[in-house]
Design a protein around this ligand. Structure first.
Ligand SMILES: Cc1cc2nc3c(=O)[nH]c(=O)nc-3n(C[C@H](O)[C@H](O)[C@H](O)COP(=O)(O)OP(=O)(O)OC[C@H]3O[C@@H](n4cnc5c(N)ncnc54)[C@H](O)[C@@H]3O)c2cc1C
Length: 381
C-alpha cells in the first residue's frame, strides 16, 4: 500500500513531535513514524533541565548560545500553548538552580563558567556559605563554592511528550507508532518514498529525527552524519518530605527535585553502543554523588533506575538543515545532552525551512556537512 503525505517525520521523540507540532500550527499536517511507542527513548529518559535564558540581546553571542537561549525563551510559551490546547500541564517550572564546587580545581572551573554567564547575560549570584544554608539547607555545608541561578527551569519529560502528541493529533498529525522505517528511497537529489515494514509513504519533505539511529538511515543513502549514542543513566529517589527546592548541578552531575519528594540523580556519560541496561557501578556512583551533595538523601528510597541514549554528532552541536545532495531531506538530530531544551527552537527552524521562510538563526553552524567544531560545549549553560 502506498500513501501520499507531504511531510514524513522519521522518529517520534521530542524533536520529531515538536517539529510536527510546529508545522501543524502553520497549517501543515505531517506523518510521524516511530519504530516503537512515541517518545520512549532518550526523550522520555532525560532529566528535563532547561537552561536559563540570556539577557544579552547584543546579537554578538555564539550561534550555539543564541540557539539555547532562544529555545529557553520559547519553552514557557510552548508550555502555556500546549496546556491551553490539550489541558495537559507539562510540568514546566522555573525552579531555579544552584551550581556547586567541592574542590579547588572545581572552584576555578565554576568561576570560569560564571565568567561565561556574565558575558551571556545569564543571571547568577555567588552565595556566601550562610546564605547557601538558607537557600538550600539540606546541601552539604562543606561545599566550597555555590552560585544561585534563578532562571534554571525544568519540565517533566513524559508529560511534555504526552502534551505534544495530544496537540499534534488534535491538529490532524498522523501519529504512527510501531512502524519502523527500513529505508529512504531516492531518485537523483530527491527522496521519493519512506519505506517501512508495512507501508510505503511518498513524500514532499522527509525530516530525519530518529535520534542516534539517524546516522545509520542517512548513511544508507550516502549522507555522512554520524549520530553516536551516548548512554546516560538516572536514579530516581523518593524522600518523605521535599529536601531540595532547586536543581543542583555539580559539573555534569545533577539533582533534580520534582516538588513531590521525588529527586532525579543524573547522569552518566558512557560510550556503550545501543545498550540501555542500567549498571550497578553507575548506580553506585550516582548514589554516592547524591549523598555527598545532600547527606540526608541517604535515607531516601530508590524508586527506579533507567538509561537512555543521547544522539551525538561530529562535534558538540546538533545537525539542523537540509542534507547535502538532497533537496527534500532535512536532518534534525545530534542534540546530545540538550535535546529537550533545544527542541522548540529546532522545531521552529525546521518549520521555517519547510515553509520556505528565512530561518530565525544562521543555520551554517549546524549544517550536516560542516567541519567539526572543536569549541567546548556551550549548548548547555
Ligand atoms: C539520562 C539522560 C538525561 C538527559 N537530560 C537532559 C536534560 O536534562 N535536558 C535536555 O535538554 N536533554 C537531556 N537529555 C538529552 C535528550 O534527552 C536528548 O537529546 C533528546 O531526547 C533527543 O531527542 P530525539 O527526539 O532526537 O531522540 P529520541 O528520543 O531518541 O527519539 C528518536 C525516535 O526515533 C525512533 N526511531 C529510531 N529508529 C527509527 C526507525 N528506523 N524508524 C522509525 N523510528 C525510529 C525511536 O524509537 C525514537 O522514538 C538527556 C538524555 C539522557 C539519556
Amino acid at each position: 500500500m502506498s500513501e501520499t503525505q507531504d511531510v514524513v517525520i522519521v522518529g517520534g521523540g521530542v524533536i520529531g513531535l515538536s517539529i510536527a507540532y510546529a508545522l501543524a500550527r502553520d497549517g501543515i499536517t505531517s506523518t510521524v513514524l516511530d519504530r516503537r511507542e512515541l517518545g520512549r527513548e532518550a526523550s522520555w529518559a532525560g532529566a528535563g533541565l532547561i537552561a536559563p535564558t540570556s539577557e544579552n540581546r547584543s546579537g554578538s553571542l555564539p550561534p550555539t548560545v543564541e540557539l539555547r537561549s532562544w529555545s529557553a525563551e520559547l519553552f514557557p510559551r510552548w508550555s502555556a500553548a500546549l496546556r491551553e490546547e490539550t489541558g495537559i500541564d507539562n510540568g514546566y517550572r522555573r525552579s531555579g538552580g544552584v551550581d556547586v564546587a567541592w574542590t579547588v580545581a572545581e572552584e576555578h572551573e565554576l568561576q570560569t563558567t560564571a565568567g561565561r554567564w556574565r558575558v551571556e547575560g545569564i543571571v547568577h549570584e555567588r552565595l556566601a556559605a550562610s546564605d547557601c544554608l538558607q537557600v538550600e539547607p539540606a546541601l552539604n555545608p562543606e561545599l566550597r563554592l555555590v552560585y544561585f541561578l534563578p532562571d534554571r527551569a525544568q519540565v517533566r519529560n513524559p508529560w511534555h511528550l504526552r502534551a505534544l502528541s495530544a496537540a499534534a493529533a488534535k491538529s490532524g498529525v498522523r501519529l504512527k507508532p510501531w512502524l519502523a522505517v527500513d529505508r529512504l528511497e531516492t531518485r537523483g537529489d530527491r527522496i521519493t518514498a519512506v519505506r517501512t515494514s508495512a507501508e510505503v509513504f511518498s513524500c514532499g519533505w522527509v525530516i530525519m529525527a530518529a535520534g542516534p539511529w539517524s546516522g545509520g538511515l542517512l548513511g544508507d543513502i550516502g549522507v555522512h552524519a554520524p549520530t553516536p549514542p551516548l548512554k546516560g543513566q538516572i536514579v530516581l529517589l523518593r524522600h518523605d518530605r521535599p529536601l531540595l527546592m532547586r536543581i543542583v548541578e555539580h559539573g555534569k552531575n545533577y539533582l533534580v527535585p520534582r516538588g513531590d519528594g521525588h529527586i532525579l540523580i543524573g547522569a552518566t556519560e558512557e560510550n556503550a553502543g545501543f545498550d540501555t541496561r542500567p549498571t550497578a557501578a553507575a548506580v553506585r556512583d550516582l548514589l554516592s554523588e547524591a549523598i555527598g551533595l545532600c547527606p540526608t538523601l541517604g535515607q531516601a528510597t530508590v524508586e527506579a533506575v533507567w538509561a537512555g541514549l543521547r544522539p551525538g554528532s561530529i562535534d558538540t552541536k546538533p545537525y539542523i538543515g537540509v542534507a547535502p545532495g538532497f533537496r527534500n531531506l532535512i536532518v534534525a538530530t545530534g542534540h546530545k545532552r540538550a535535546g529537550l531544551q533545544l527542541s522548540p527552537a529546532t522545531a521552529e527552524l525546521v518549520a521555517a525551512l519547510v515553509l520556505g521562510r528565512k530561518p530565525q538563526l544562521d543555520l551554517a553552524h549546524f549544517r550536516v556537512d560542516r567541519e567539526p567544531d572543536p569549541a567546548a560545549d556551550t549548548i548547555r549553560s
